[in-house]
Design a binder for this molecule. Sequence first.
Ligand SMILES: Cc1cc2nc3c(=O)[nH]c(=O)nc-3n(C[C@H](O)[C@H](O)[C@H](O)COP(=O)(O)OP(=O)(O)OC[C@H]3O[C@@H](n4cnc5c(N)ncnc54)[C@H](O)[C@@H]3O)c2cc1C
Ligand code: SF4
Ligand code: SF4
Length: 428
Amino acid sequence: MAGVVATNETILVVGGGISGMTAALEAAECGKNVVLVEKNPSIGGRVSQLYKYFPKLCHPTCGMEINLRRIKANKRLRVMTLAEVEKIDGKAGDYSVSIRLKPRYVNENCTACGACGEAVSAEIDNPFNYKLNRMKAAYLPFTMAYPQRYVLDPSIIGTAEAEKAKGACKYSAIDLDAKEEVITLKVGAIVWATGWRPYDAAKIQPYGYDRYANVITSVEFERMMDPFGPTGGKLLRPSDGKEAKDVAFIQCAGSRDRNHLKHCSRICCMASLKQSTYVNEQFGDQAKSTIYYIDIRAIDRFEDFYQKVLANPTVKFVKSKVANITDDKANGDVILHGVDTEGYHRYDNRHDLCVLAIGMEPNVDARSIPGGVHADASGFIEADPANGAIFGAGCATNALDVNRAVQSATAASLRAIQVINKVSRAEV
Ligand SMILES: Cc1cc2nc3c(=O)[nH]c(=O)nc-3n(C[C@H](O)[C@H](O)[C@H](O)COP(=O)(O)OP(=O)(O)OC[C@H]3O[C@@H](n4cnc5c(N)ncnc54)[C@H](O)[C@@H]3O)c2cc1C
Ligand code: SF4
Ligand code: SF4
């Protein structure tokens, strides 16, 4: 990695999700040199973990494939994975950025043949599937991962398992002596696109996510539907593998709550409306979805999607903030307790599975970004002239759907390009 050349006419993009990929591509396709750093072993971010996109219900792989093709074709764009920014010094047009690179232990000779994965027996939790299953400690992060290169988990380095992986590789692709390194890059502008993470569901104690196997989060539900996911694309409840035909969705799980996230996470109403269609996809008319909500927030063009789900006789809406959940120890059913605010009826409703429409919080709290940027009360980046040439993009700035994240990334890229143009005209 020491060979990366960057000058103050280079744009650094931090975070390789859909927003970071968009910002990097827009700038590189305008002729700017771009370095994209991603902390995971591959780019793609959380969109690559979704089963389908609302509102069109297409698979995210299509959009991802187009972006990857553009990235591979662009010589001005350099991608660094397992990379995190440690320090930012300097000012707009002249930053010096320290980046810590973790070893992958697999070099560019890798053909992704998979022989090392077959050779090792050690397993680790699979982060791509939100730890719902385990995988070999020599792995490809996911089918479409870019770079298409295996990774050795650090936990096996120095053990016989690592030697087994190395012994199985016919392409001299495994380097067990690889070491962590810190490099410094000169750049003129920075786009910060580190995205979001799901709120920790275990903190919402009355819902028992940490106690009941059949209470899961919306992000886990996405992985369960994926043919490459932990259940091979079948909606099976975790406690006993029974088909989950009767699914409850709890809205605002962790959002709009002074004890958790104060903000509305904006997309979780749409995510549950979308996920109710997954239940129909599996079980047709036998499916039963119940959405427990305070308000449904489906803005502008999403209203049509909401109306379609409202008209679906297998989907029921209950206007209520669920008070708490208990489980039936005899058969694993979850029982939701609360009061229906349309009529004020108490309910104790039994379901196969409960999905928490979990809130979104910033992956990196903007208050901790090296170099200093303005943040709102939730830790999202706020645009401010005092941020210099550090521009927030996508879900680092707010809870956004993909369309809005991409618009925000394009805007951030344009601002970064403007700074670089000034640098090249010696106006900064
Ligand atoms: C349950 C659920 C379903 C959803 N379904 C849809 C849908 O159907 N349609 C839709 O439009 N939207 C949907 N969304 C929203 C969608 O996931 C976001 O709009 C999208 O992920 C935003 O992309 P992003 O690049 O801003 O962030 P992310 O996808 O979070 O990407 C951020 C990237 O930055 C990397 N990163 C983080 N920290 C660092 C660091 N310190 N250094 C370097 N890299 C870092 C991460 O590893 C990641 O690759 C859904 C959200 C949820 C919760
Ligand atoms: S590291 Fe070697 S054995 Fe493993 S996938 Fe790559 S080429 Fe195959
Ligand atoms: S989008 Fe819907 S579920 Fe999510 S926080 Fe806002 S109102 Fe609640």
